[in-house]
Design a protein around this ligand. Structure first.
Ligand code: ZN
Length: 123
């Protein structure tokens, strides 16, 4: 019997496939850029972060919950995460990059996400 291989449906891979299918080329895990964007194209000056809604506290998202225990600690920690994200995005913009954040929950509606990326990714 042939083993069925589990297809990776992580938000990052879904986003990569989608952007690739739109004809864009990019590198992944760009450690030499501020915030190490998940995808980036230096020549065209764009960078994409794929963020988990929980850890990066997607504003208004039902997944962006705060644990009831140690609430103060987590609130502070999430705030620090968010501040750091915004700082890195600004550093990239200062370098002339367009910066897009793709939220985990957006990868559940790939048609809508495709439309957004088509509009917002510089070609
Ligand atoms: Zn979300």
């Amino acid at each position: 019997m042939r083993r069925q291989r589990q297809r990776d449906t992580s938000p990052e891979l879904l986003t990569r496939r989608l952007i690739h299918s739109l004809g864009h080329r990019f590198r992944i895990h760009n450690r030499d850029l501020p915030g190490s964007p998940d995808l980036a194209n230096r020549a065209r000056r764009w960078a994409v972060f794929v963020h988990g809604c929980y850890w990066h506290q997607h504003p208004g998202c039902p997944r962006a919950t705060v644990p009831k225990r140690n609430r103060e600690f987590w609130t502070q920690k999430f705030q620090d995460n968010r501040q750091r994200d915004l700082r890195k995005e600004q550093q990239l913009r200062d370098l002339g990059f367009s910066v897009l954040t793709v939220w985990e929950c957006e990868t559940e509606d790939l048609d809508a996400l495709r439309g957004r990326l088509e509009r917002e990714l510089p070609s």
